[in-house]
Design a protein. Structure first.
Length: 87
């Protein structure tokens, strides 16, 4: 299990949890298959900071993701949404 330290949106606007291990994990709300209503509001995402998620990438011994390891791009700039940080 790894601690959620923040969130960002991918190129398609889907939410990705930034984990303390340096990996990112999608936290999609796709009813009826995945019910994660907390991803739909800033307050919901904020409430999940510090909670833990299993990290499949750690289980596979993968190196940290470049975009999740911190730093980010400093804002949302322009079209798209690649790497947009939001906490």
């Amino acid at each position: 299990m790894r601690t959620i330290i923040g969130f960002r949106q991918d190129d398609e606007g889907q939410w990705v949890a930034r984990l303390a291990c340096g990996h990112g994990q999608h936290v999609r709300h796709l009813p009826p298959w995945q019910i994660r209503t907390w991803t739909q509001s800033p307050a919901g995402r904020k409430a999940m900071l510090g909670r833990e998620l299993p990290c499949r990438k750690c289980e596979r011994h993968e190196p940290p993701d470049d975009e999740s390891a911190g730093g980010g791009n400093g804002g949302s700039g322009g079209s798209g949404g690649s790497g947009r940080p939001e906490q």
